[in-house]
Design a protein around this ligand. Structure first.
Ligand SMILES: Cc1ncc(COP(=O)(O)O)c(C=O)c1O
Length: 377
């Protein structure tokens, strides 16, 4: 957010900033979804709804998840939330007591540690490595478990690394959670952005998984609906009931109009997802090649989501990393906005979003090349 504010200030002064910051699709919300929202307004669907979401929507979430990701949930095992973020927040606030430990693979999405700390939980980080394509390993999860561990958060495809956990490894991670009696919260925010021959996958599709799995889903990225605020959780009924209780004393319900738009998103055509994916795949190829061509920059090819997470030469002695300083200098000198890896628990890296046009990517690469070549000289 701090980077965004600085970038906005520069833009307001008329400066041409290449903005690699955004964590959201640069595509508009599909027309048929917008129309459904307008219809909801015209039909005066503007009143309170049930806390967990209108029943048709809870049904639609379960049907959509079953069809696209192979699960088998009932509406009573579903809560509609204000974005995937509130699904994660509600689940963690409902489950975690002071002193409980929550395993968070690093690099991680910035919000997890704070969401864990709010109910008194302790984040414990499990490292994933660039040489391993940042893939989480079941053996590392097992080593990190203590008697206080209550939950593991898995985000695949991952923000910021783009890592996608292979199905077999994910099954092994599930097996560890089942055997050691801990919950597995699967954040599926980027489920539909996977490249090559990979298909969207949910751990909830594996037999017997449901008892210890919590799915946090989001319409934000899949349907280019970040501002609408719609997500959901799928989990065992007692946990969903607790989450509904919590939600009834916070947001009450997701905006009624958003719920009708969400219903259309889930029941309507999904062509827009394929269009976005094809475009992201082209951009991914270009940005990875461009970054790899810069001396000193080390770039793992992301398997999903729309971010690259290169390791870059730092500003300290012998190039040691302070990516906050690199980020600051990049913005000041080249007017390129990125997010420092420190925010994700990975100093020395930058998160570069390719949810921006190929032309901007080309311009950004020119500036990044100039920046790192000049720094190396
Ligand atoms: C990994 C991850 N999970 C969850 C979210 C939450 O998204 P939303 O609350 O918009 O559904 C985001 C948003 O950037 C994310 O990157």
């Amino acid at each position: 957010m701090a980077v965004l504010i600085e970038a906005e200030k520069l833009k307001a002064r008329g400066i041409d900033v290449v903005d690699f910051g955004p964590g959201e699709p640069d595509f508009p919300t599909p027309e048929h979804i917008k129309r459904a929202a307008i219809r909801a307004l015209e039909e005066n669907r503007t009143k309170y709804t049930p806390t967990g979401g209108i029943m048709a929507l809870r049904e639609a979430v379960c049907e959509w998840h079953a069809k696209n990701l192979g699960s088998s949930y009932q509406p009573k095992e579903c809560i509609v939330t204000s974005g995937g973020k509130l699904a994660i927040f509600n689940a963690i606030s409902s489950l975690i007591n002071p002193g409980d430990e929550v395993l968070i693979p690093a690099p991680y999405w910035v919000s997890y540690p704070d969401i864990v700390k709010l109910p008194g939980g302790t984040p414990k980080f499990v490292a994933t490595l660039a040489i391993d394509k940042f893939c989480l390993r079941a053996t590392d999860v097992e080593k990190a478990i203590t008697p206080k561990t209550r939950l593991l958060i898995v985000n695949s495809p991952n923000n910021p690394t783009g890592a996608v956990i292979p199905r077999d490894e994910f099954a092994r991670i599930l097996e560890v959670c089942q055997r050691r009696g801990i919950w597995l919260l699967a954040d599926e925010c980027y489920s539909h952005f996977v490249y090559g021959s990979a298909k969207p996958f949910s751990i909830a599709s594996l037999p017997g998984a449901k008892e210890c799995v919590i799915i946090a889903g989001s319409l934000s990225k899949t349907f280019a609906m970040t501002g609408w605020r719609m997500g959901y959780a799928l989990a065992p009924e007692p946990l969903v009931s607790a989450m509904i209780k919590l939600q009834s004393q916070t947001v009450s319900n997701v905006t009624s109009i958003t719920q009708y738009a969400g219903l259309e998103a889930l029941r309507g055509p999904m062509d827009s997802v394929g269009v976005m994916l094809t475009e992201y795949e082209r951009r991914r190829a270009r940005i990875v090649a461009g970054l790899r061509a810069i001396p000193g920059v080390d770039c793992t090819e992301p398997q999903g989501a729309f971010y690259v997470f290169p390791k870059v030469p730092g500003r300290g002695a012998n190039g040691a990393g302070d990516s906050v300083q690199v980020t600051r200098e990049l913005l000041e000198r080249e007017h390129v906005a990125v997010v420092p890896g420190d925010a994700f628990g990975a100093p020395g890296h930058l998160r570069i979003s390719y949810a921006t046009s190929l032309e901007r990517i080309e311009e950004g690469l020119r500036r990044l090349t100039r920046f790192f070549t000049a720094s190396a000289a």
